[in-house]
Design a protein around this ligand. Structure first.
Ligand code: NAD
Length: 253
């Protein structure tokens, strides 16, 4: 029997991260679930604890902090003895037009989205390089890394950066048996996005497949990239957007 994989998912108290954690548990991994909010971390762990063949443990805190990253890795190693699948999913969106955008917002987006992904990947790769089966890393990007979206210059830049990080790290990580990819969701229904009452109707109109994504659409693609079925895929970005980035505004309205 194959040993159970050990997964880490950040920003997983709700939304896309929670659904990826659920999917990985169902497919047999043990999961360390992180969220900035202690209450959300505890609720998420409680809601997933009876689900899968694996165990789920929580570790709350800012996933861009070096101490929290060490805590998460130590928890995985102490309880399960390996780190096989890592999802740097925690990310924040701070909207604002470019000419007025504040330095505080810019550095906050950069710290969490970019530095958080970079240093979690570094800590995980340091463990994975000594494992016989290496490991698989997934960074959560966004369609905004591929197509312009108003008021999201800093966010888009941070997501394009994580895509380039994944490509660049193929050089250092492929020889160690570590794969690294990104997933780029389009408009996705989460607690945050659906606080806008027009979200479903707006994105149903704009999306070629006729609806925004739900978190399961994203989690299933993420689980594929993390699984052995994707064993020859590294340095890639998988866009899951119902076709939104494939089209441009039509002259016919
Ligand atoms: N929802 C979308 O439409 C969409 C589209 C494209 C990309 N994304 C990306 O997907 C990822 C998840 O998005 P979502 O919409 O599910 O997120 P969300 O805003 O619903 O947040 C998910 C969780 O992340 C936690 N979080 C925030 N900052 C954190 C930090 N520093 N450390 C640990 N946890 C933190 C929050 O507490 C929250 O519970 C993000 O990287 C986001 O940029 C989302």
């Amino acid at each position: 029997m194959k040993p159970q994989k050990v997964a880490i998912v950040t920003g997983a108290g709700q939304g896309i991260g929670l659904e990826i954690a659920r999917k990985l548990l169902i497919t047999g991994s043990h999961v360390i679930l992180n969220d900035l909010e202690k209450g959300l971390t505890e609720e998420a762990v409680a809601s997933l604890s009876q689900l899968g063949k694996g165990a789920v443990l929580g570790c709350s805190g800012d996933s861009s902090s070096g101490e929290v990253i060490s805590e998460i890795i130590d928890l995985a190693m102490h309880h399960f003895g390996s780190v096989d699948q890592v999802v740097a999913n925690a990310g924040i969106t701070l909207f604002g037009n470019f000419l007025d955008y504040s330095r505080e917002d810019f550095f906050e987006v950069t710290r969490i989205n970019q530095a958080g992904s970079f240093f979690l990947t570094q800590a995980a790769a340091r463990i994975m390089k000594g494992q016989p089966n290496g490991g698989s890393i997934l960074l959560t990007s966004s369609v905004t890394a591929h197509q312009s979206h108003e008021n999201l210059a800093a966010y888009a830049m941070s997501k394009a950066a994580v895509e380039m990080l994944a490509k660049n790290l193929v050089i250092e990580l492929a020889p160690l048996g570590i794969r690294i990819n990104t997933i780029a969701p389009g408009a996705t229904l989460t607690e945050r996005t659906t606080s806008d009452p027009n979200y479903v109707s707006t994105w149903s109109r704009l999306t070629p497949l006729g609806r925004p994504a739900n978190t399961t659409d994203i989690a299933e693609a993420a689980a594929f990239l993390l699984s052995d079925a994707a064993r020859h895929i590294t340095g890639q970005s998988l866009i899951v957007d119902g076709g939104w980035t494939s089209i441009s505004p039509s002259p016919y309205g």
